[in-house]
Ligand binder design. Structure first.
Ligand code: COA
Length: 181
């Protein structure tokens, strides 16, 4: 059984999660898609042009519509500024998570806060038993976010994924999950 399409919006104490729109392109380009510190452990290279950010958002919109990936942009409720993004990829009875924050929004606990309603939503869906994420073994901040979100380390997926900003070869990944009791 495939899960339903998730809510388009979630709100937490400090943040609003909402669907990306094409007019976000300039802001995400400036705030994170061109920043090599943000993409260091991710599967894409920093964007060089605004058009790449536009194409990325167009793909997010299309993949929401076809149900392969759900992406939310994260807004600071106080300022309205975008602070980051979250992605959920459903498959079988689990959902895989990906996330990032703009560099000036690191260290505020935003990602743990943004993940909380999503994890709760997915694990309340009858078809979903498992929420999981991988991170590069060197990405200590990301591993810590997952631990603080109640995920457990399952093990190392060897030669799991290429992180092109760190080299051409597939790298090991730490695999974390939170499962329904
Ligand atoms: C991963 C990321 C979302 C973390 O978000 P964040 O909101 O800054 O994280 P938090 O403030 O909640 O917490 C980070 C934790 O990691 C710790 N941490 C940060 N850098 C660290 C490092 N180099 N070594 C060890 N711990 C580190 C912090 O001390 C904090 O732990 P604490 O609350 O116990 O003190 C953010 O760093 C990011 O966007 N990175 C780039 C994109 C990315 O790598 N995404 C994840 C791909 S798997």
């Amino acid at each position: 059984m495939e899960p339903n399409t998730p809510p388009e919006e979630f709100e937490t104490e400090r943040l609003r999660l909402r669907r990306p729109v094409l007019s976000d392109a300039a802001e995400i380009f400036e705030r994170w898609t061109q920043d090599p510190a943000v993409s260091r452990y991710l599967v894409w290279r920093p964007h060089e042009t605004l058009a790449q950010a536009e194409q990325h958002i167009a793909r997010c919109i299309a993949s929401w519509e076809d149900g392969t990936e759900f992406v939310w942009h994260i807004e600071n409720l106080g300022s309205g500024a975008l602070v980051g993004a979250l992605a959920c990829r459903p498959g079988h009875h689990g959902v895989n998570l990906g996330y990032l924050l703009a560099r000036d929004s690191w260290g505020e606990g935003y990602m743990v806060e943004a993940l909380r309603p999503l994890i709760e939503y997915w694990l309340a869906q009858p078809a979903i038993y498992r929420v999981w994420a991988t991170c590069d073994p060197e990405n200590r901040a990301s591993a810590r976010v997952l631990q603080k979100s109640g995920f457990e380390l399952e093990g190392v997926l060897r030669r799991w994924e290429r992180h092109p900003n760190l080299g051409d070869e597939p790298r090991d990944a730490l695999c974390f999950s939170k499962v329904r009791d």
